[in-house]
Design a protein around this ligand. Structure first.
Ligand code: UD1
Ligand code: UDP
Length: 381
């Protein structure tokens, strides 16, 4: 029996963890024992507990309750707690997802204790080190033992950084193994698409009709915390709404705070009083999937939502200058608009008139979680 300590903390990690936990429950419960550690990076009910309940995750065995803080303070508190958990539970493997401070804290704490790190979503790069996530990804990848990249481009990034594509077992942090394996978020989208429609009544509650609204999320510090960027984004959204398409925007807490603090009063009033802009609290995963499935278009700076737009075959305007999901831009499914109202409006016009889209199988077949579990057992069991 292999004992895995899984580190989660931010909303998307709870969602990703549900894919692996489901695979363990369904196929690998004889050989994998998973212990869930929640760092407490996200803590509001609608940023954390709602996902544990809705996606059938086990209650975390450990919750460090670190909460919000500056990067170093938050990461250090997490590392202290994770180190204690590693001493207490003696896992064979520490598993981390994505690129948040929780990811980096888990990887560093484990690597220093010579516990093999498994990184899911390895190899992704924006090549912009102003993003805290870029720093977290690079650090995490370079102390990991098994690196699972969802995309071919991510795999190639690792090779360019010196990882050996043909490394042979036994693997360790000094002799890591890299994979191109597909995306566990695609597993989830396939698995939950049907029940989202059956269980979520969100479109009816808000009064949205299929294909007749835009879904938008914003949470990157460069968009929320730099007032000039936030103003550009809000002006872009207001202009689209004025032209007729309603917008629904579940507000990440960082965005909710930012519109109050960083927008001029007149613009704040326009945004919050517009009839066809629905600013709502963060929604559950099933509600989000339901909103994505019904949208005409998606406007976001979220990593996960960019991909889900593709999974549900919606064009996506990306509120960033660059993206880790390069294949979506190259294939014409996404368009980079940055925090620029003119580019947002132009992308909206272009996508409104574009009819030819195609959806190559960039992200696997929906069975990535099973593949990852089997490889963990094979390589580290
Ligand atoms: C974090 C991740 C980011 C990921 C995002 C997913 C880092 C550096 N960033 O960004 O990569 O895309 O999660 O959503 O790890 N807050 C609340 N309630 C909560 C959580 C946060 O009010 O439950 C507020 C606090 O004011 C906090 C702010 O949101 O300061 C930002 O939270 P934080 O976890 O630091 O970063 P995110 O922007 O959520
Ligand atoms: N999500 C959600 N409710 C929301 C907004 C997003 O369930 O109100 C989901 C979304 O469907 C995706 C994930 O959260 O699966 C993306 O997380 P987020 O945008 O917070 O972070 P990122 O992917 O950018 O790291």
């Amino acid at each position: 029996m292999i004992k895995i300590l899984t580190i989660v903390g931010a909303r998307p990690q709870l969602i990703k963890a549900s894919a692996i936990s489901r695979a363990i429950n369904q196929k690998f419960s004889d050989s994998i024992h998973e212990i869930l550690l929640h760092t407490g990076q996200h803590y509001d009910v609608n940023m954390s507990a709602v996902f544990i309940e809705e996606l059938g995750l086990p209650q975390p065995t450990i919750n460090l309750e670190v909460g919000s803080a500056s990067h170093a303070t938050q990461t250090a508190r997490m590392m202290e707690g994770i180190e204690k958990a590693i001493f207490n539970y003696q896992p064979n493997v520490v598993l981390v997802y994505g690129d948040t401070n929780s990811t980096c804290a888990g990887a560093l704490a484990a690597a220093k204790l010579q516990v093999p790190v498994v990184h899911i979503e390895a190899g992704l790069r924006s090549f912009n080190k102003k993003m805290p996530e870029e720093v977290n990804r690079i650090v995490t990848d370079h102390v990991s033992t098994l690196l699972f990249s969802p995309t071919e481009i991510g795999f190639d990034n690792l090779v360019k950084e010196g990882f050996n594509r043909n490394s042979v077992s036994p693997h360790s942090a000094s002799n890591p193994k890299i994979y191109h394996c597909g995306d566990i978020m695609y597993d989830n989208s396939l698995y939950f698409a049907q029940s989202a429609s059956e269980r979520s009544k969100i479109k009816k509650r808000i009064g949205l009709s299929d294909g007749g609204y835009i879904l938008s999320t914003v949470h990157r510090p460069s968009n929320t915390d730099i007032a000039s960027n936030l103003i550009e984004i809000v002006e872009g959204l207001l202009s689209i709404a004025r032209n007729g398409d309603p917008i629904v925007a579940p507000l990440h807490p960082r965005m909710e705070k930012a519109i109050r603090q960083n927008l001029p009063k007149e613009l704040y009033d326009k945004l919050t009083s517009a009839d066809n802009i629905h600013l709502i609290p963060p929604v559950s995963y099933l509600e989000m999937v339901e909103l994505e499935k019904g949208a005409k278009m998606i406007i976001t700076d979220s990593g996960g939502v960019q991909k889900e737009a593709f999974f549900f075959q919606k064009p996506c305007i990306v509120l960033r200058e660059e993206t880790e999901w390069v294949e979506l831009v190259e294939n014409g499914n996404s368009k980079l608009a940055g925090p620029d109202s003119k580019k947002i409006e132009d992308a909206y016009d272009e996508f409104t008139h574009k009819t030819e889209f195609n959806y190559p199988p960039f992200y696997g077949t929906g069975q990535t979680a099973e593949f990852i579990c089997a490889e963990i057992i094979k390589q580290l069991g």
